[in-house]
Write a protein that binds this ligand. Structure first.
Ligand SMILES: Cc1cc2nc3c(=O)[nH]c(=O)nc-3n(C[C@H](O)[C@H](O)[C@H](O)COP(=O)(O)OP(=O)(O)OC[C@H]3O[C@@H](n4cnc5c(N)ncnc54)[C@H](O)[C@@H]3O)c2cc1C
Length: 385
């Protein structure tokens, strides 16, 4: 990777080499800026490599978030082709186990956001997903918009491509201690840059902690696992979700028809709701599935992965897919900074510094669009030139 020389001067320094930092780097190099990305870790370890790599469109809040997701999906598709990042799945499939869920999917399909989506029957679904328990489901919504990348590979590859093809400098294993452009103090020396964007993920303590405290952000902790099916099965063509996702994802949950489903889930799956569990299952090229997740907010995030939660997620998986004698081969947790009142925050400590945090657990789905918006705001007319 390109390393920087102490005498270098950059147009833009970015703190954080997760997807949000890399998205800002891409937007800046696309308008010809000289960029450095600084991260305390030698290799990515944050939320961006712990997630599903699921670029979700259907399910985003209508309006700006949905538009950002569409734009981000398009950029992912372009970047994947140019940078040699494999698209592991295309589209998403939300199966309805209950009539109330099916009714909600049908209502969604009638909205502007649902226009390109398709309602499909269990039999039709079984043709494309033979492992689906078609007897257990009422129908499904097929959305064509989504993409999935294998984030553990995609994020390092995206960084390599930005360095090698676009000349982005990377300063790794360097914690940024202060940002007062043009001077950025790191544990590996000073960096000079006219402007800076801080994409610090869930680290709310190191840079501008007093400003970030004003936003009432709380850590959200998610439990994830990798499951190896016990039966040979063709790769899932799309990412898979079920009823519980419909009451978590704002694009569905904000529809009037969500109430009946929510009431029924409170009776039948109260424990799941208590742990913020919904099912997302995506499949890797070796046949294993990345399966999750749960959501616990606030407090000191528990680094362990309780088996009760894992059991609940697996029960929901088994209700939808027949994987035979499946086994859990990996377990991990991840965190992001969350806010109950906004999907993202932009703080402006000065005219040349921005702090950008996606607070809705959707950075892989909205990050590229956010990067474009921020770079346009910071460099203004230079973007149009
Ligand atoms: C388990 C899990 C599953 C998820 N699934 C999805 C999904 O499928 N789809 C989706 O869209 N979203 C998903 N999300 C949310 C998504 O992963 C995040 O919104 C996104 O990764 C946030 O990216 P980021 O770059 O802000 O943070 P991070 O990836 O955490 O990166 C922040 C980086 O900043 C660095 N850093 C911070 N402070 C400093 C400093 N002072 N000096 C130097 N370096 C610093 C850190 O080392 C880190 O590398 C999921 C999140 C989790 C936890």
């Amino acid at each position: 990777m390109t390393d920087h020389q102490p005498q270098d001067h950059f147009d833009l320094a970015i703190v954080g080499a997760g997807i949000i930092g890399l998205a800002h780097a891409l937007a800046a190099v696309r308008i010809g800026k000289k960029v450095i990305v600084i991260d305390r870790d030698a290799v990515a370890k944050g939320a961006s490599v712990r997630n599903f790599g699921f670029v979700t469109v259907s399910g985003q809040q209508s309006g700006q978030s949905w538009q950002r997701a569409l734009r981000t999906r398009d950029i992912w598709a372009d970047v994947a082709a140019e940078a040699g990042i494999r698209i592991a799945q295309s589209g998403s499939c939300i199966v309805a186990r209950r009539p109330e869920a099916f009714q909600l999917l049908q209502a969604f399909a009638e909205t502007d956001m649902g226009r390109a989506c398709e309602i499909i029957t269990p039999d039709c679904l079984a043709e494309t997903m033979p492992a689906i328990r078609s007897n257990n489901i009422r129908g499904a919504l097929w959305s064509p918009h989504e993409l999935r990348v294998e984030s553990r590979d995609a994020i390092p590859q995206l960084a390599r491509w930005l360095a090698e093809v676009h000349g982005v400098s990377f300063l790794r294993s360097a914690e940024v201690r202060s940002v007062a452009s043009p001077l950025i103090e790191t544990t590996r020396g000073q960096v000079r840059a006219d402007k800076a964007v801080i994409c610090c993920g869930d680290d709310l303590q190191t840079l501008f902690p007093e400003r970030l405290a004003a936003y009432d952000l709380v850590p959200c902790r998610l439990q994830m696992m990798r499951v190896m099916p016990g039966l040979p099965m063709p790769l899932l063509p799309a990412s898979l979700m079920s009823d519980l996702s419909l009451v978590r994802q704002p694009g569905f949950a904000s529809l009037a028809d969500a109430k009946a489903l929510s009431d029924r889930l409170k009776e039948e799956q109260a424990r799941y709701l208590q742990h913020g569990i919904h099912l997302v299952a995506v499949q890797s090229v070796d046949g294993s599935l990345v399966v999750g997740d749960s959501h616990h907010y606030g407090g000191a995030p528990n680094p362990t992965a309780p088996s009760e939660i894992e059991g609940l997620i697996l029960d929901e998986l088994d209700a939808v897919l027949d994987l035979g004698q499946r086994s859990v081969t990996e377990r991990w947790v991840g965190t992001y900074a969350s806010a109950s009142d906004r999907p993202m925050l932009v703080d402006r400590p000065s005219a040349d510094i921005r702090i950008v945090i996606v607070t809705s657990g959707s950075g892989a789905s909205t990050g590229f669009a956010i990067g474009e918006e921020m770079i346009s705001e910071m460099f203004g007319d230079q973007c149009a030139a």
